[in-house]
Write a protein that binds this ligand. Structure first.
Ligand SMILES: NC(=O)c1ccc[n+]([C@@H]2O[C@H](COP(=O)([O-])OP(=O)(O)OC[C@H]3O[C@@H](n4cnc5c(N)ncnc54)[C@H](OP(=O)(O)O)[C@@H]3O)[C@@H](O)[C@H]2O)c1
Length: 346
């Protein structure tokens, strides 16, 4: 039987080339077409020597495929995807273009008016741990952002179980690849190395996405979220720490309460192949190059706050790996197909 043909729009960014690396090893699909702008016409291996065994030339336009992944910047991604959908091609969009259900949020957070608001209702937010059933039948997946993946997975069990207050603090640290491959002063080695800084304190673009998904889990108590992202001197990885007051009378502020919360998390994720609840705080290194999300919960006994730590690789569970997980679900394949590699350590 012939394999499903897949393609990558904008293979020359970090998310795009990570998709190529993972799809190359996928046993059930064939990567047949990759596009790029300035690199069009070049062999993929000439632009990325580590990917030389993928024998493809970067094209200006996507060839015939069954499923397309878009790793384009936001706004341009929707423009690339819409004609494909019209031709009957299914799409997984790694950009933010179909993640928000309220079209007006694109004006306020992304500075453009959405060109296909009717597709926002149809697009499925591709976080399999929350939306697996809808992903199965979808033709358009909005692959979650990297910070939102780490934050939503960290918070979902406690919100769903209604054990925490709506005031939520999310403090995240990201490696520099999260800012993409395009040249920017803010990601020059000499400015990022041996440095750590908070940014987007007035409101990061991932905040409406996190708020939207958390609100869906507990509509009766809408969240109020403070989200502070940081840039850290590492290549890959996101470490997210969430701080939330426990709701009165639900969990005892002691070791028993702590164990009860861990049990809630273990039960929530018991059938999830990529989410693991640990007994010790995870390191980003434990996820490097893998599709896993590692979570640790504890109670701050002095304040009664729940602390949840989560780690992912921003380019895998935060982008390309999760996109392939979504594709596997869309194709009816075992969800872990092509994604079982362990993290690279140390
Ligand atoms: N990086 C992450 O961790 C991450 C995680 C989740 C989601 N995402 C999303 O994935 C998408 C790609 O992000 P990335 O970090 O991989 O990007 P990136 O590394 O910054 O992408 C840079 C590449 O994009 C090309 N490019 C830029 N603007 C373009 C345009 N208008 N049309 C065609 N090509 C264009 C550049 O091509 P030229 O060489 O021609 O300039 C360059 O090769 C974004 O929507 C991002 O939000 C990224």
């Amino acid at each position: 039987m012939s394999k499903t043909k897949v393609g990558i729009i904008n293979v020359t960014g970090y998310a795009g080339i990570e998709l190529a690396r993972l799809l190359h090893l996928h046993p059930e699909v064939e990567l047949t077409s990759v596009t790029g702008r300035s690199a069009a016409g070049k062999k993929l291996g000439d632009v990325f020597p580590h990917a030389a065994s993928i024998n493809l030339t970067i094209e200006p336009e996507l060839g015939d495929v069954d499923i397309a992944f878009s790793a384009m910047p936001h706004k341009d991604s929707a423009q690339a995807i819409i004609p494909l959908l019209n031709k009957g091609v299914k799409a997984v969009d790694i950009s933010a273009d179909f993640r928000l259900k309220d079209a007006s949020e694109y004006d306020s957070w992304y500075g453009f008016t959405h060109s296909a608001p009717q597709l926002l209702k149809e697009a499925v937010y591709g976080l399999p741990e929350l939306h697996r059933t809808d992903i199965t039948a979808a033709r358009l997946i909005a692959n979650p952002g990297c910070y939102p993946t780490s934050a939503i997975l960290a918070l979902a069990p406690a919100i769903k179980e209604d054990i925490i207050e709506p005031d939520i603090i999310i403090d995240s640290k990201s490696g520099v690849s999260g800012a993409g491959r395009s040249l920017r002063l803010g990601s020059h080695y000499s400015e990022v190395n041996e440095d750590i800084s908070a940014y987007a304190l007035g409101g990061h673009r991932h905040l409406p996405e996190i708020t939207q998904e958390i609100a869906l889990l507990r509509p009766q108590r809408p969240p109020r979220i403070t989200f502070t992202p940081h840039l850290t001197p590492m290549t890959r990885g996101i470490l997210t720490a969430c701080y939330i007051a426990l709701s009165p009378g639900k969990i005892t502020i002691d070791k028993n309460g702590e164990e009860k919360i861990r049990e809630i998390y273990r039960t929530f994720y018991q059938n999830e192949p990529f989410v693991r609840v640990l007994e010790t705080p995870p390191h980003t290194k434990y996820t490097w190059g893998s599709n896993s999300c590692l979570i640790y919960t504890t109670i701050d006994m002095r304040t009664g706050r729940l602390i949840v730590i989560s780690c992912i690789d921003n380019l895998v569970k935060g982008a390309a790996g999760q996109a392939i997980q979504n594709m596997n679900i869309m194709l009816g394949l075992p969800e872990v197909t092509g994604l079982e590699a362990l993290a690279i350590f140390p």
